[in-house]
Ligand binder design. Structure first.
Ligand SMILES: [Zn+2]
Length: 130
């Protein structure tokens, strides 16, 4: 039996990692899910369900391969029902945002799940800072 750590292949620092099958699959599923979400007309029609199916598949691939999604994409869909919050054919984007004095509430209109975040009134984005 071999002992010790297996040797790790050294990669040149400035070289981008080659796109492997997993990242290609993830990017395909992302695009397909977005496209279907755009095509849907109501909450439970076929494109909308297809979009959610693709997102489920994507989550499965991610779980196995331990891949991180981009921050923007991670924040653009519902964790409960996999609805992507982009406008469908009726212009509904499936999300409601309410603000209270110290919290922000985000509600998914497909499954009515609510997420809340601390609101920091003093927060300024990089562009707003002088
Ligand atoms: Zn939802």
């Amino acid at each position: 039996m071999g002992r010790g750590k297996p040797k790790v292949k050294q990669q040149p620092i400035n070289q981008h990692p080659r796109p492997n099958e997993t990242s290609l699959r993830i990017s395909f599923l992302q695009q397909a899910a977005k496209l279907m979400a755009e095509k849907s007309k109501s909450k439970n029609d076929i494109p909308s369900l297809l979009s959610k199916l693709y997102m489920e598949e994507l989550a499965e691939v991610r779980n196995i391969q331990q891949t991180l999604l981009s921050k923007d994409f991670r924040r653009s869909f519902c964790r409960c029902c996999n609805r992507i919050w982009i406008p469908n054919q009726n212009g509904e984007n499936g999300i409601e945002v309410k603000m209270s004095k110290d919290r922000i509430y985000r509600k998914c209109t497909d499954c009515n799940s609510i997420a809340s975040f601390v609101r920091n009134p003093k927060y300024r984005s990089r562009n707003e800072k002088s």
